[in-house]
Design a protein around this ligand. Structure first.
Ligand code: NAP
Length: 278
């Protein structure tokens, strides 16, 4: 009798997805924690999403990360949604077990771990401005509100999307919605989070300059080999700190890894390796 060694399969589905650093991060986590697993990049168009998820499940796949543009639409395929994914209306992690699909959202906890634990930023009682109202914003608003900020303002190019999110989260705290050019600035914000994908197109929308002071923490969810347009804008306008989203990327991945493998990797050396390579 021959023993076949099976490797547990994971992956990230998105469109586009070739830029994703998730395979590298999960490979480093697996090496560090001695897990026998592989992690693939899966380029899947919106029309093929359901078929691709079902096929991955049918062929024994254990878990998936879900990225742009599928985070909202994948919710309909999930049998059991975590509370935070249900509040967000968006899923970035699927786990397949006993023929069922469990869906979770680790973006918010990933951002908080980076901001609060790694960087020591203060959220409680802070005035927070989030730029952008897409899938990433829907994942981070709930966890941020749980930290009891003084206020949270969502600003977006398309006002309706910011208003919809403000309405979705109004039971959790004080949330307001604006277009970029009318963001209220009575005093500088303590924390400004860029959750637009404008930087990917090399653009810097008309963010209000008065929103930044030498006490402001500026955090860009986007990350890159070079400083992102928002992180440059923040520095040029005198922000106390200007940080790119590498830490969130590694922390949200660690949370997914923990859901799948029941082991929590040490994120510090992985984050160091990712940003040294950056
Ligand atoms: P999304 O759902 O596609 O939303 C994109 C957002 O960006 C929308 O609010 C959109 O505004 C805005 N936007 C796009 N182009 C713009 C422009 N030229 N000017 C002004 N606003 C513009 O994307 P997402 O999933 O929220 O992701 C947003 C960013 O966060 C991406 O860069 C993604 O890579 C990053 N991210 C990072 C992490 C991490 O772990 N670090 C995790 C998640 C996401 P409209 O509504 O007006 O279209």
């Amino acid at each position: 009798m021959t023993n076949t060694v099976t490797v547990d399969r994971y992956g990230v589905m998105g469109y586009p997805v070739s830029h994703s650093r998730s395979p590298v991060i999960h490979k480093l986590f697996a090496l560090q924690t001695n897990q026998n697993m592989q992690y693939e990049l899966l380029r899947v168009t919106p029309e093929k999403l359901e078929e691709a998820v079902r096929q991955f499940q049918r062929t024994g796949g254990k878990g998936l990360n879900i990225t742009v543009p599928h985070k909202r639409s994948v919710c309909r395929l999930v049998d059991q949604l975590s509370e935070r994914a249900s509040t967000a209306g968006a899923v970035n992690t699927l786990a397949f077990q006993d023929g069922e699909i469990f869906g979770d959202n680790t973006d918010g906890i990933g951002l908080l771990r980076d901001l609060v634990v790694n960087l020591g930023a203060n959220i409680t009682d802070a005035n927070i401005l989030i730029l952008g109202a897409g899938g990433a914003t829907s994942g981070i608003v709930g966890p941020l509100l749980e930290m009891r900020p003084r206020s949270l303002c969502i600003a977006n190019r398309t006002l309706k999307r910011a208003e919809d999110l403000a309405e979705r989260f109004e039971s959790l705290g004080k949330v307001s919605a604006y277009r970029f050019n009318v963001i209220p600035v009575t005093e500088p914000y303590h924390l400004i989070i860029n959750a637009t994908s404008a930087g990917l197109e090399g653009e810097t929308p008309p963010y209000p300059e008065a929103a930044v002071s030498d006490k402001t923490y500026c955090y860009d969810l986007s990350y890159g080999l070079k400083p992102t347009p928002f992180s440059i804008w923040a520095r040029e306008h005198g922000a106390a700190h200007s940080v790119m989203g590498w830490g969130m990327l590694v922390e949200q991945a660690a949370e997914s890894f923990h859901i799948w493998r029941g082991v929590r990797p040490d994120t510090k050396p992985v984050l160091k390796q990712m940003t040294v390579n950056a």
